[in-house]
Design a protein around this ligand. Sequence first.
Ligand SMILES: CC(C)(COP(=O)(O)OP(=O)(O)OC[C@H]1O[C@@H](n2cnc3c(N)ncnc32)[C@H](O)[C@@H]1OP(=O)(O)O)[C@@H](O)C(=O)NCCC(=O)NCCS
Length: 188
Amino acid sequence: MTVFPLADPKPLPAPASPLASGLDHLVFALERPQDAPVVDHLVDHAFGPGRFAKTAERLREGNRLRTDLSICAWEGDRLVGAVRVWPITIGGAPALFLGPFAVADSWRNRGLGRALIRRAGELADAAAEPVILLVGDAAYFQPLGYERVPGRRLTLPGPVDPARLLWRTGPGASLDGFAGAVRIAPGG
Ligand SMILES: CC(C)(COP(=O)(O)OP(=O)(O)OC[C@H]1O[C@@H](n2cnc3c(N)ncnc32)[C@H](O)[C@@H]1OP(=O)(O)O)[C@@H](O)C(=O)NCCC(=O)NCCS
């Protein structure tokens, strides 16, 4: 899908680790308000209509996007990948929830998804965010620094396959205290 943003996206600073070859001409930029419809379109296409029924959606609906951490990947005017990040609390402690996360069909298996997840992690680290939680495939996210949440440690606002509940800590951060109810952050 081609979009015509109101203003050119402002590229993020260079990544800490090099991008996969072939991604060099993409622009990674923070999601802007005018990007929301095209991000929604990409995500709808990737996940289908069932996505709103998921427990993860309960942490997003009515929440406010962390626009300082949510990333779009642009090939010219075309959105080819996106990851969104939301404020939550875990047992009352501030944390982040990552998702949805999607890459355009024509760009899959070229390292773009991994690049988006790494960039989101770098931004979260720069913001001294201690924890990123997500629901996803461990085989994909474990090499990117995510690990399974120990069974029954967290309670989400709906059912989640425990094998798909993953989190990552920032440098020097501790998971002590991150237990209990997962909720949209106050003011979200
Ligand atoms: C998941 C997704 C974002 C990956 O994007 P991508 O740019 O193709 O990912 P990358 O190129 O960085 O990685 C591709 C590798 O991950 C693997 N992979 C892709 N999806 C996977 C999954 N769900 N579980 C395990 N491995 C997966 C691919 O087989 C490939 O493996 P290889 O490197 O050994 O060939 C993309 O497939 C997508 O948009 N899927 C639909 C939406 C979705 O499932 N989002 C994630 C929800 S948590």
